[in-house]
Design a protein around this ligand. Sequence first.
Ligand SMILES: Nc1ncnc2c1ncn2[C@@H]1O[C@H](COP(=O)(O)OP(=O)(O)O)[C@@H](O)[C@H]1O
Ligand SMILES: [Mg+2]
Length: 253
Amino acid sequence: MILEIQSLTAGYNAGPDILHDVNLSVHENEIVTIIGPNGAGKSTILKSIFGLTDIRNGKIIHGSRDITYHKTDQIIRSGIAMVSQGQNIFPDLTVEENLEMGAFIRQDKKELNQKKEEVFSFFPILKKFREKKAGILSGGERQMVALGMSLMLSPEILLLDEPSIGLAPKVMQEVFEKILQIRESGTTILMVEQNAAKALTISDRGYVLELGKNALEGKGKDLLRNPRVGELYLGKSQKALTHKKKSVTKKKS
Ligand SMILES: Nc1ncnc2c1ncn2[C@@H]1O[C@H](COP(=O)(O)OP(=O)(O)O)[C@@H](O)[C@H]1O
Ligand SMILES: [Mg+2]
């Protein structure tokens, strides 16, 4: 187990508990997705791992280390990176400067440049726009900048909060393909996604969170087939699913 959340209860400042007794685990090199309704506490889970919430009970274990009360900079140094939801780049800095910001704790300039070139070869589009201000890029390109920044410290675990939000379907597909490539390069991924169908398709396992509590968990494929998940998160009734299958067969023949 590379990351384990045990009986986590957490909130913000003096506010109410948002997460109640949440359990979640991620094995090395898995892609694990958390789905659930708006306000369920999905982002709060990622922020808790990243040291940004008030943890009231439970534990967060990274490898063999208890990181429950570690500060964010310590967590980053220990090999966890996060791409937060929404505005997650510096629009007035160039793409290259954004990547450098992602590696702010790297001391060695040579190492930094080496990593930068590595990220550029992983995202050719970023190399093309290297000198351009990140703010002028399209939504999909900006998401690639955010992913590139997060890879600058070669994280062991990458936390992704709604990486496909607001993107057109084709661009969304490109982002998911990049996420698969990041995993292939050896990084473990824990993500939160609105697009449950797409996310579960590329995930080894998934968790459904409702009202700050564990509701369901299973293999990505099994959750996709789970009628309750279908109805609540994939926008399909069982009837519609059956219909769809039939019509697909029809089209092919
Ligand atoms: N920084 C914050 N301070 C106080 N409450 C917050 C903060 N961020 C989120 N919340 C509250 O926590 C709850 C869960 O939010 P969130 O984790 O963002 O849900 P999700 O990501 O599943 O949509 C919501 O009621 C939200 O208002
Ligand atoms: Mg959220």
